[in-house]
Ligand binder design. Structure first.
Ligand SMILES: [Zn+2]
Length: 639
């Protein structure tokens, strides 16, 4: 994940994704305005000699002035380029342009002459005749003032910072806050850092200490318009629902004081949806609030909400979900339906009081993406055949196991969708209802109203269902009703929180179900995981040795040709894009039924299941590594 992370459209000034863990915060600017730690003392080397290639990563070789205009290399990790000298004050920008090798000296001299007669600046002349690009001018301006240059196509702008000033003001100043440095100073990307009035105004507006960095006018304009777009993406949906929904939402939109907070919350949600996040975590640390996105199952930092906006942000989110704003000590649970860029997105919101203040977790349920076919999720044909046969039976129990976030409900939805027809009465009880299937009665668990899985299940049975889907078997009572239903002519689909298929059998016994009931009710158990899929644009070939594979616990007889993650703009520098399921399908054979009754351990059950042809989860994972779909590291991580 070293180079070119992004995920932003070219030139759109979008936000890239920060590479996961370990990276410096907010673009990793060193504190203060001086050269970065480890840099050569006293600024750049004398005489414009480029620093050696072995230098620290944020110093880059700059070619010596030459006839060919060559741009200095920029930092692909952060998009920030420090100045070669702490300050070049007193020098003309035209000299800096020559020194950086952007335009040959004679051409610059000609522009200086022309500028003198035409009443323009030399830079303007060079821009107009195409000798200099606006990016190069921004780079030279940064150098001239001894400031960092920021390439907003690469730098991950922080929504919390960017929302600190209204977009009209940002346009007026041609400046936009993009993040915080380690001293908590607000980094402001500006076209003209000598605009002291703009700096003063922004200091007043934001209440923050500022640290200017230089960006091109195109980049700044693109970022400002993206900010407005992210805000509008959600604002429209709120408007749509105003008619039948809480007036409170309308009220708060009209209050000018709260407008930046609404804008911020909307932008964060819109960005989460755009990046395909499943959860947005708002975590207070006693001062600021950190926002992290879970994307393809992995959390990464996204935004910092400054201290003075933290309380407002939490209140705003509570209002959206119709929760009690004044209740700060007890967790609350609510939901809100939004349309984001035309997508119907259901957001489940949970507030969590903690030692550093109140946190919030938003779970995004993208209804348009909940229903994916099993082939598409990566279930191999043989396994799919076995599973398909099991859920097409008239009665019995089919269970899907795995940890939270392993895609169990997606698998059940796919099964329900496959058997959904008018001649079948299908009822579900879920927590929450993630996807609405046409023609199916779906009941939502409601702890506040006392509706648990067990109670919902009991009332469902009175409605004469053929097929029952129970979101999760969490307790003995739910287990008992589910197993009894499976034995009395219903097809029961449900999930259990166990690591492998065989453990589902022993878990039911632990929950107090008589083994002879489990043995006759359960027909098929699927264990599954979701692994991140390698980005097809940047994945790299590699060879996995037998030794390494065995060491990692895989059965291998030969070296395996495989791929490993690299990182590119398309995948946000992570090397992964999207996810794929790993599956283990266990059919309850007569032998396994006998073992169940004998209260055998899950290890004994696994051994027999493997003898009878069950392919374990990790072997399915290794197959997907061979096919170049995922990496060995991912399979090891999830299984
Ligand atoms: Zn990639």
């Amino acid at each position: 994940m070293s180079s070119g992370f992004g995920g932003f459209g070219g030139g759109s000034g979008g936000f890239g994704r920060r590479p996961g863990g370990g990276g410096p915060p907010a673009g990793g600017l060193p504190p203060g305005g001086g050269p970065p730690a480890g840099g050569p003392p006293g600024g750049g080397p004398p005489g414009g000699v480029p620093p050696g290639g072995g230098g620290p990563p944020n110093l880059h070789a700059v070619p010596p002035p030459s006839a060919a205009a060559t741009a200095p290399a920029l930092d692909h990790d952060t998009g920030l380029t420090p100045p070669r000298r702490p300050s070049a004050r007193g020098r003309f920008i035209s000299d800096v342009i020559v020194e950086l090798g952007f335009v040959p000296a004679d051409r610059v001299q000609a522009a200086v002459e022309e500028a003198r007669t035409s009443g323009r600046t030399a830079e303007q002349v060079l821009l107009e005749n195409g000798a200099l690009s606006s990016d190069q001018l921004a780079r030279a301006t940064a150098e001239r003032f001894g400031l960092h240059h920021v390439d907003l196509n690469i730098y991950k702008a922080d929504l919390g910072a960017a929302n600190l000033i209204p977009s009209q003001a940002a346009r007026r100043f041609t400046a936009v806050p993009v993040g915080f440095d380690e001293d908590k100073k607000l980094l402001v990307a500006m076209v003209d850092p000598s605009n002291v009035l703009a700096l003063d105004d922004m200091k007043l507006l934001t209440g923050q200490e500022l640290r200017p960095v230089v960006a091109s006018p195109d980049d700044i304009a693109a970022l400002i318009s993206r900010m407005s777009r992210l805000d509008d993406a959600v604002a429209e949906a709120v408007q749509e629902e105003d008619d039948d929904l809480d007036a409170a939402v309308t009220d708060i939109r009209e209050s000018a004081e709260d407008a930046p907070i609404i804008k911020l919350v909307n932008s964060i949600i819109a960005q989460g949806v755009e990046e395909g996040a499943s959860d947005l975590h708002f975590e207070p640390d006693g001062r600021d609030m950190r926002v992290r996105f879970r994307i393809d199952g992995v959390l990464s930092e996204s935004t910092t909400i400054p201290r003075r906006m933290v309380a407002g942000t939490v209140s705003r989110i509570k209002i959206m979900a119709d929760l009690d704003i004044s209740e700060r000590r007890l967790p609350q649970d609510g939901r809100v339906g939004l349309k984001v860029e035309g997508h119907a997105v259901d957001i489940r919101i949970v507030t969590m009081p903690g030692v550093h203040g109140e946190g919030v977790v938003m779970r995004l349920l993208d209804k348009d993406q909940a229903l994916v076919s099993l082939d598409k999720l990566g279930m191999a044909p043989e396994q799919h055949g076995l599973f398909d046969k099991a859920f097409r039976q008239a009665y019995g129990a089919v269970l899907v196991t795995g940890p939270t976030g392993s895609g169990k409900s997606t698998t059940l939805y796919a099964a329900l969708n496959a058997i959904n027809s008018v001649d079948k009465n299908i009822i579900t009880i879920e927590d929450p209802v993630e996807y609405q299937l046409p023609g199916i009665n779906q009941l939502q668990v409601n702890h506040k109203a006392g509706l648990t899985f067990a109670q919902g299940l009991r009332s469902m049975l009175r409605a004469d269902p053929d097929v029952i889907m129970v979101g999760e078997i969490r307790d003995g009572e739910t287990a008992r009703i589910a197993i009894e239903s499976a034995l009395t002519g219903h097809l029961v689909l449900s999930t259990l929180h166990t690591n492998d298929a065989a453990s589902a059998i022993t878990r039911l016994t632990e929950m107090g179900i008589e083994p002879f009931l489990t043995s006759s009710a359960v027909d098929c158990v699927v264990a599954q995981r979701l692994a991140r899929k390698l980005c097809s644009t940047c994945k790299r070939r590699t060879m996995l040795s037998v030794e390494a594979l065995r060491e990692a616990g895989f059965h291998a007889a030969y070296d395996v040709e495989a791929y490993e993650p690299a990182g590119c703009g398309r995948c946000g520098g992570t090397g992964y894009k999207g996810r794929i399921g790993l599956y283990e399908v266990m059919i309850n054979s007569d032998e396994i039924r006998a073992l169940t009754i004998a209260r055998a351990s899950s290890d004994e059950i696994v051994a027999v299941a493997k003898e009878q042809g069950m392919r374990p989860l990790r072997d399915d994972g290794l197959d997907k590594v061979r096919q170049g779909l995922t990496s060995i590291a991912e399979v090891t991580r999830v299984s």
